[in-house]
Design a binder for this molecule. Structure first.
Ligand code: MG
Length: 159
């Protein structure tokens, strides 16, 4: 097989704070997220998608939440680590597509910056990184503004 696919999903609860990290971009918000790292759901879902494509388990296995090395970690470090794992195994990222689900903050104005940040970390063109957002139509925990979620898919191809 010369291609692999992977998918990932992540959720963080909102907590104290004045911003959320999304796709490596600091997005101002009335709340922060509860997380051991910086709680970037876009990058965590994408890491899990890449690890899944490699059948290497999940982000919790590679970056245990009890490990002080990852306390308040910049999730871009995690993303670059996952990218190194796929390069070492002879793969490159073909493309990734990510959906963020939240009622707030407004994600749209920050999408271009997120695409550019993620593309830079993964060494691909901006056009290889799809990022979009939707709400939960005020339903469920996301709809009540209790947290934020993201899902990601990616395609790897032989280098
Ligand atoms: Mg997470």
């Amino acid at each position: 097989m010369d291609i692999r696919i992977g998918q990932g999903y992540d959720v963080h609860a909102f907590g104290e704070g004045d911003h959320v990290m999304l796709g490596g971009v600091r997005v101002p918000h009335a709340r922060g997220v509860v997380a051991h790292s910086d709680g970037d759901v876009i990058l965590h879902a994408l890491c899990d998608a890449m690890l899944g494509a490699l059948a290497l388990g999940d982000i919790g296995r590679h970056f245990p939440s009890g490990d002080p090395r990852w306390k308040d970690a910049d999730s871009r470090v995690l993303l670059r680590h996952c990218h190194a794992l796929l390069r070492e195994r002879g793969w490159v990222l073909g493309n990734a597509d990510i959906t963020v689900v939240c009622e707030q903050p407004k994600v749209g104005p920050h999408v271009a910056a997120m695409q550019s940040t993620v593309a830079e970390d993964l060494g691909v063109a901006i056009g290889a990184i799809g990022i979009k957002a939707t709400t939960s139509e005020r339903l469920g925990f996301i709809g009540r503004g209790e947290g934020i979620a993201a899902q990601a898919v990616c395609l790897l191809k032989r280098a």
